[in-house]
Design a protein around this ligand. Structure first.
Ligand code: GLN
Length: 287
């Protein structure tokens, strides 16, 4: 097409219209994010330059991104990153996209860690490494072991540790649950394991089904993986003082509490709610 090039404002308008027509609920925000991504600039610069002509090549990149989004690919996979606890994380379709409710686990761990030093932390099922890398950034003298079954996820976790400059304190280990860290003792154990029930996943939005099923599916009742981890906890938690933080599905939180309480009869076990008021984290404290 010849003629004067569209302005950034015009392109933003047409992108919003396309996403809205495709049924994307947050089409305004998502249009802004996709356009920033295509332009390679941040929101402030984009809004300051709304009247500027769109540079050559940008429309093509944007069209491809909008097509992918209209086809229900999650936004984070298209732009390749997602914010978590104030930092940017690389995400690919090999990892679960970090969720805001998972920040609750960070807050609870940081609260517990106040006044303690030299902490050893395990992140079982680290995925993108969001929890492991965040804790390494927040607690400067902590040593973290980040475990995942998926080698592809661990590539992403490693790149996030490198980007954050904490690769010397985040050990990346491949294997099933606590298998690779058997014989080690930790003061903090994170586990955001797959916990989505099979029926929930089958009925979920297409976007959720684009995420790795390995990171989501917890079997018929959602508790398969939690039930396998629970009996491993006593051998990796420091009896003198430790905390385990398991993210759970609010639908099955009670079953997760029962599994953890049975495995750790001496622990104080409770459930914490997320910002939406949903039971989201099973907490077990020893010592
Ligand atoms: N919170 C995720 C969801 O959207 C599930 C994450 C998980 O299984 N750990 O449902």
């Amino acid at each position: 097409m010849s003629g004067p090039r569209a302005s950034v404002r015009e392109l933003l308008g047409s992108t919003r219209a396309r996403l809205s027509a495709a049924g994307i609920e947050e089409y305004r925000l998502e249009a802004e994010i996709l356009l920033q991504h295509a332009l390679g600039i941040d929101a402030a610069r984009m809004f300051a330059g709304l009247n500027d002509p769109v540079p050559a090549g940008v429309e093509g990149v944007l069209t491809m991104a909008v097509d992918r989004r209209a086809d229900r690919e999650p936004l984070a996979y298209i732009i390749g990153n997602r914010g978590f606890y104030g930092r940017e994380f690389v995400v690919t379709p090999d990892v679960l996209i970090p969720r805001p409710e998972t920040e609750l686990l960070v807050e609870l761990a940081l609260e517990w860690s106040a006044g303690r030093s030299g902490l050893r932390i395990a992140d079982i099922g680290t995925g993108s490494g969001a929890l492991a890398v965040t804790l390494a950034c927040e607690i400067a003298d902590a040593g973290i072991d980040a475990v995942d079954l998926s080698p592809d996820a661990l590539v992403v976790a490693r790149s996030n540790a490198l980007r954050a400059g904490v690769e010397n304190r985040v050990r990346i280990l491949e294997g099933d649950l606590a298998g690779p860290v058997e014989g080690q003792l930790y003061q903090i154990v994170f586990a955001n394991l797959p916990y989505v029930r099979a029926d929930t996943l089958a009925a979920a939005a297409e976007e959720l089904r684009r995420e790795p099923v390995l990171a989501l599916l917890g079997g018929e009742d959602g508790l398969d993986v939690v039930r396998r981890l629970a009996p491993m906890l006593p051998s990796i938690m420091d009896a003198a003082g430790s905390i385990a933080l398991l993210e759970v599905d609010p639908l099955t939180a009670r079953g997760a509490i029962a599994a953890v309480a049975e495995a750790l009869p001496r622990a104080a076990v409770r459930v914490e709610r997320d910002l939406a008021g949903l039971e989201r984290c099973v907490v077990a404290e020893l010592g």
